[in-house]
Design a protein around this ligand. Structure first.
Ligand SMILES: [Zn+2]
Ligand SMILES: [Zn+2]
Length: 226
């Protein structure tokens, strides 16, 4: 014990040693004890050792073959019991709503769009990007897909419907009844992949429409095409 600091024992040079990595002198408490090393402590201080281990582990984990192996393992694990892992994910999201929101792709995407829409410059940049995308090979395909989805989700214009009614002289395409109410009937039912497009729509009286359900009936050809 020193006279200058009676509460604390003063360490002598022999109560510690120099770390081989960072070169600092530290008391032995700063080293891991290990009987195989001279003096009974490892040559690198605890901090350097942890850092070294972390670096090695990261280097190992980022090796391509290890990345691939881990990905395959996670995939196996997930699909061996998908519902279990989905539930775990939902539980985690319930416990960490903020983190879950930050990871949500749609949320992030919408936030980015909002940021763009705030300035005229951003809006202009966005229009340019969209134009470039539509002209790219991928974009051309996407335009086709969007058009298909638009048609599939049900867009027969009022003009098209009036033309269909006129072609059938406002009669049911199945029984020929001039019913007061005629419904749009999908020749190939929606349940079987039929689209709401002009070519797939005929007028049907309510009784025929109800009886037809998801069956395939052949409609009469429209007037002038018998
Ligand atoms: Zn060190
Ligand atoms: Zn009918």
């Amino acid at each position: 014990m020193s006279i200058l600091s009676p509460s604390r024992p003063v360490l002598s040079l022999f109560d510690g040693k120099v770390c081989k990595t960072c070169g600092l002198w530290l008391p032995f408490g700063g080293f891991h004890a290990h009987p195989r090393y001279a003096g009974g402590y490892r040559p690198h201080c605890r901090k350097c050792r942890y850092q070294n281990e972390r670096e090695q582990a990261n280097a190992y984990r980022s090796r391509p073959e290890v990345v691939e192996k881990n990905r395959a393992r996670d995939y196996e694990r997930y699909w061996s019991n998908p519902e279990h892992h989905r539930q775990r994910r939902r539980d985690w999201a319930a416990r960490n709503p903020d983190k879950a929101r930050a990871q949500n792709y749609t949320e992030r995407h919408l936030a980015a769009l909002r940021a763009y829409a705030e300035t005229e410059e951003g809006r202009k940049a966005r229009r340019e990007t969209q134009k470039r995308y539509r002209q790219s090979e991928h974009g051309k395909v996407q335009v086709c897909i969007n058009e298909h989805l638009r048609r599939a989700s049900g867009k027969v214009t009022p003009g098209e419907w009036l033309a269909i009614l006129a072609a059938y002289e406002r009669t049911c395409a199945y029984c020929g009844d001039a019913a007061e109410t005629l419904w749009m009937d999908h020749v190939l039912p929606v349940a079987r992949g039929g689209l709401t497009v002009r070519e797939n729509i005929v007028p049907a009286c309510p009784p025929c429409n109800r009886r037809k359900q998801d069956n395939l009936w052949t409609p009469r050809p429209p007037k002038g095409q018998e």
